[in-house]
Design a protein. Structure first.
Length: 544
C-alpha cells in the first residue's frame, strides 16, 4: 500500500505573501467599516439639517400662511408640498394644523389623519428633529411651527427616509470598496513581486528548510578542517571558519574581530593579500605565512555583478617538508648512481691494470681513490659530527660535484653531536641548510670558479649557519625580496622556483632566529653570503 504524500510546507515567501494579503484585506475591511459607520452618522446629520432647512423655508412662506387661513388648506397646500418634495430632494413634506391633523401627505389617503410622531416641542414654538417610524417607514424628520402674527397656526414636517440615507451611504461605501479593492489588488501585486524576488533568493525554501540549512551550514563550517573564507564585493571578510582563522594566524580572534574587516587589514603577507584581493581566480597557488605553507584557491562569486570571492586554504606545511626531503633523497640517489658509475669505471681500470700485469699500479690507484673518498668523509664528520647535518653535507657535496660546483666545509665549522636541543628539530635544519646550499649551487654553477662554502658552528647560545657562493651575488636593493616566494637567485633573475629561500625564512622566523644576506668578498670573486643565527638556549617552535 502506498503511503499518502504529505503536503509540502508552504515556502517562506508564500507564507509572507499570504500574511501580507490578509493584512491588507483586514486593513481595507476595517477602514471600510469605520467609513461606513462614520459616513452614516454624517449622512443622518446632513439629512436632519436638510429637513430642518426645508421645513423652515416652508413655514416662513407667506403663501403657506395665506393658505392656512383659507377655507380649504389642502387644495392649495398639497400641490405645493409635492412640488417642494421633488425640488428639495426630500421624501415627504407634511403640513398640518396645530393639533396634528394632516393637510398634505405624499399618500392622499393619509390626508386628514393624525400625524405620527412627536409634535409637542413644535406646538411650544421650537424647531426640533427626530428619527421616527411613520407611514413611509423610519425617517429623519424636522418639525417646525407656522406663525402668523405671533400665533401658531400650523406645523410643517419635512423628512428623509432612512432607506434613502442608507442608499446614499451605500453608494459612498461602494466607491470606497472599489478604491479599497484597487489598493488590495495593487498591494497584492506588489507583495507578489517582492515575494517572487524573495523566492528567488531563498530558492523557494520554507522557514524550516532555511533553519535546517543554517544548522548544517554551521556544523559544516566547524567540521571542515580546511580553511574557508568568504569575501564580499568590497573584499571584506563576510565569513571565516575555525580552520581559516587558524591557518591565517588569526586563531585567537573571534568572528566579531575578523568579520567585516578588509583583507588588507588582516596583517597577511603581501603575496597572499594580493592573491585574495585579485578579481581573477587562483588555482592551487602556494603561499607562505609566518609558520605555514598554504595552497590557496579563489573563485569569484558573480550573478550579474561581482558579489564576492570564495577562498579555500589547505595546509601543506608537512607535505612541503616531506617533498623537500624527498627531493633531497632523489638528489642523493642520483649522486649515488653517478658515483656508482664512476666507481664502476675505476673498478674496470683496476681490473684492467691487473690483467695487464701491473698489480702495484692497480693497488696504488685503488688506494688513492679510497683515501680521497675517506678524506672527504673525515673532513665533513670532523667539522660537523651532528649526524643529520653531516649526512646532508655529504649528499650535497656529491650533488654539487655532479653539477661542476665545488662544495667546501669551512675550517671554522665545529658542530658536535648532541649539541642541538630537541626544540630545534633536524627537519627544520635540513630545510634551512639544504635550501641555502641548493640556492648557492644554483648561483655558483657556471661561474669561473664554481664554489660553495658552508660554515656551521655554535657560538655561545646560538647556532650559526653560513653559506657563501661565487655566483653573481645579490643586488642590495633585492636583499629582502630574495626571501619572498617567487624570487630566485639564479642568473636568470626572478621567476625561478623561488620557494626555497621563503621556506628558509619561515623556518628561521618560527625559531626566533635571524636571516641576513650580504655580498661576499672571498678572493675578490663576488657572490653572496647567507647567514642564519638560531638561539640554542630558548629555541621555540617545532617542526614545520
Amino acid at each position: 500500500m502506498r503511503l499518502p504524500t504529505l503536503p509540502r510546507p508552504r515556502s517562506l515567501a508564500g507564507q509572507l505573501f499570504a500574511m501580507q494579503a490578509v493584512l491588507i484585506a483586514v486593513v481595507v475591511a476595517g477602514y471600510a467599516l469605520f467609513t461606513y459607520v462614520s459616513d452614516r452618522r454624517q449622512a443622518e446629520d446632513a439629512a436632519a439639517g436638510q429637513a430642518t432647512a426645508v421645513a423652515r423655508s416652508i413655514a416662513d412662506s407667506p403663501s403657506v400662511r395665506a393658505a392656512v387661513r383659507g377655507p380649504d388648506p389642502t387644495a392649495l397646500l398639497e400641490p405645493y408640498a409635492l412640488q417642494v418634495t421633488r425640488d428639495a430632494n426630500v421624501d415627504f413634506v407634511t403640513i398640518m394644523n396645530p393639533s396634528g391633523i394632516r393637510w398634505t401627505h405624499p399618500d392622499e389617503r393619509q390626508i386628514g389623519r393624525r400625524f405620527l410622531g412627536n409634535i409637542g416641542p413644535a406646538r411650544q414654538g421650537r424647531t426640533f428633529t427626530e428619527t421616527y417610524t411613520g407611514t413611509l417607514g423610519p425617517s429623519v424628520r424636522a418639525v417646525t411651527p407656522i406663525r402668523d402674527g405671533g400665533r401658531i397656526v400650523g406645523l410643517v414636517s419635512a423628512g428623509i427616509t432612512v432607506e434613502t440615507i442608507s442608499a446614499r451611504v451605500q453608494d459612498q461605501v461602494t466607491a470606497l470598496l472599489g478604491v479599497g479593492g484597487g489598493v488590495l489588488l495593487l498591494g497584492a501585486v506588489g507583495t507578489y513581486v517582492i515575494n517572487a524576488r524573495l523566492r528567488r533568493h531563498t530558492h523557494g525554501m520554507n522557514a524550516g528548510e532555511l533553519s535546517r540549512m543554517h544548522d548544517y551550514h554551521q556544523a559544516a563550517l566547524h567540521a571542515v578542517r580546511e580553511g574557508l573564507l568568504l569575501l564580499d564585493g568590497r573584499y571584506r571578510v563576510a565569513l571565516i571558519n575555525d580552520g581559516g582563522r587558524e591557518l591565517l594566524g588569526v586563531g585567537g580572534a573571534s568572528d566579531a574581530d575578523v568579520v567585516g574587516r578588509s583583507v588588507a587589514d588582516l596583517g597577511l603577507p603581501a603575496p597572499l593579500t594580493g592573491a585574495l584581493l585579485s578579481s581573477e581566480p587562483r588555482v592551487d597557488e602556494v603561499h607562505l605565512t609566518a609558520s605555514r605553507v598554504l595552497v590557496v584557491n579563489t573563485v569569484p562569486v558573480s550573478g550579474g555583478e561581482q558579489r564576492g570571492t570564495v577562498v579555500t586554504l589547505r595546509d601543506v606545511t608537512e607535505l612541503q617538508s616531506l617533498t623537500g626531503e624527498l627531493d633531497s633523497e632523489r638528489g642523493f640517489t642520483q649522486a649515488l648512481r653517478s658515483q656508482a658509475h664512476e666507481a664502476a669505471n675505476r673498478l674496470h681500470t683496476v681490473v684492467s691494470l691487473i690483467e695487464l700485469g701491473r698489480s702495484e699500479e692497480a693497488v696504488e690507484f685503488a688506494t688513492a681513490e679510497l683515501e680521497l673518498a675517506q678524506a672527504l668523509t673525515d673532513q665533513v664528520v670532523a667539522a660537523v659530527s651532528e649526524p643529520v647535518l653531516a649526512a646532508l653535507l655529504l649528499g650535497k657535496t656529491a650533488q654539487a660535484h655532479e653539477r661542476g660546483v665545488e662544495l667546501v666545509v669551512s675550517r671554522d665549522s665545529r658542530l658536535d653531536d648532541g649539541l642541538l636541543p630537541a626544540e630545534l628539530p633536524s627537519r627544520d635544519l635540513v630545510t634551512i641548510l639544504g635550501n641555502l646550499i641548493d640556492n648557492a649551487v644554483d648561483a655558483a654553477q657556471g661561474s669561473l670558479r664554481a664554489r660553495v662554502t658552508v660554515t656551521a658552528y655554535a657560538s655561545g647560545a646560538e647556532l650559526v649557519l653560513r653559506v657563501s657562493d661565487t655566483g653573481p651575488g645579490v643586488d642590495p636593493a633585492h636583499a629582502d625580496l630574495v626571501f619572498q616566494r617567487g624570487f630566485s637567485t639564479k642568473p636568470a633573475g626572478p621567476g625561478g622556483r623561488g620557494l626555497g629561500l621563503a621556506l628558509v625564512r619561515q623556518a628561521v622566523t618560527r625559531h626566533e632566529g635571524t636571516l641576513t644576506v650580504t655580498e661576499s668578498g672571498e678572493d675578490g670573486e663576488g657572490g653572496a653570503v647567507f647567514e642564519v643565527r638560531l638561539p640554542l638556549g630558548a629555541s621555540v617552535g617545532g617542526a614545520g
